[in-house]
Design a protein around this ligand. Structure first.
Ligand code: MF3
Ligand code: CO
Ligand code: CO
Length: 277
């Protein structure tokens, strides 16, 4: 989610009241179902992410699969967006628009899907390595996944979002990657983008304190080079200013009594490459 846009355009939305929602057991049930459907969508698409396929062919498969699951793509018609996924290749940081471009051997691509099932939003993304990956790219992908999981694994009541952000930032910077600060994770549930903003950087002990029943995404973007981002003329595609490679993973999670539940874990075990499909 784009932080600047979010703060301005959603500030007067009646459904988004500035409060972080606390959900009950029925909410957890709803998010389990939506999260699982989102993860299954990425599991389903994994074998098709091959050299020669176009990102709009992948997007078509994603939309059709979501419909078979009884869900709808949340991105269709969202602020004028007309696709069922975002496909962000190489130096594209996020919000790449599926199109006629073919994937090539050695590309890395993030596929980000959000499905609405019974009114609940499951939002998740993963990196895919097309054909044989280059070592530098594989390492960026691996560290990005680690950064997300280190942040998620620290989630429990009483911990603050600043602490989660600090953990993610530290892991990125320890590996000399740029942590993107222009986009953030977000609360979700019956809304696609809700309070809180989940920054992937921060200071330990700062920011809102986590409580049981909060739902949000963790979706860090790490760049091989500088953290700076540009938005292309299409109004969506975010790229690294220095054209360096960028990677991102995203899970939707809920805070439990003593920790965290990940709603979007891959049932097929395809959370992070390398794997065989
Ligand atoms: N799924 C993205 C997120 O993680 C949002 C995509 S909005 C779109 O928040 F319109 F670009 F698809
Ligand atoms: Co998201
Ligand atoms: Co997403």
């Amino acid at each position: 989610m784009n932080l600047a846009e979010d703060l301005h355009e959603f500030s007067d939305s009646p459904a988004r009241d500035g409060q972080i929602k606390i959900h009950d057991a029925a909410g957890f049930e709803g998010m389990r179902k939506a999260g699982r459907a989102a993860a299954e969508t990425l599991d389903h698409i994994a074998p098709y992410v091959q050299p020669g396929v176009t990102t709009e062919q992948l997007d078509d498969r994603i939309r059709r699969f979501m419909l078979t699951k009884g869900g709808v793509p949340a991105t269709l018609g969202y602020r004028g967006y007309t696709k069922s996924s975002c496909t962000s290749i190489n130096h594209v940081v996020c919000h790449g628009i599926p199109g006629p471009k073919q994937l090539r051997n050695g590309d890395i691509v993030n596929i980000d899907v959000t499905i609405v099932v019974d009114g609940w939003h499951g939002d998740t993304s993963r990196m895919f390595i097309v054909g044989e990956g280059k070592r530098k790219a594989e390492r960026l992908v691996e560290v990005t996944y680690e950064a997300m999981m280190m942040g998620i694994n620290a989630i429990k009541p009483g911990v603050t979002l600043g602490t989660i952000g600090a953990i993610i930032q530290k892991h990125a910077e320890a590996n000399r990657y740029g942590i993107v600060t222009d986009f953030c994770g977000h609360g979700l549930g019956r809304l696609f983008h809700d309070e809180p903003n989940v920054l992937h950087y921060g200071e330990e002990g700062e920011g809102p304190e986590l409580r049981e029943g909060m739902f949000f995404t963790v979706e860090p973007m790490l760049n091989l080079g500088r953290p700076d981002v540009l938005i292309l003329r299409d109004g969506w595609t975010a790229v690294t200013k220095d054209k360096s490679l960028s990677a991102q993973f995203e899970h939707s999670v809920g805070v439990t009594a003593d920790g965290v539940e990940i709603f979007t874990k891959s049932p097929a075990g395809l959370d992070c490459p390398p794997y065989a499909v």
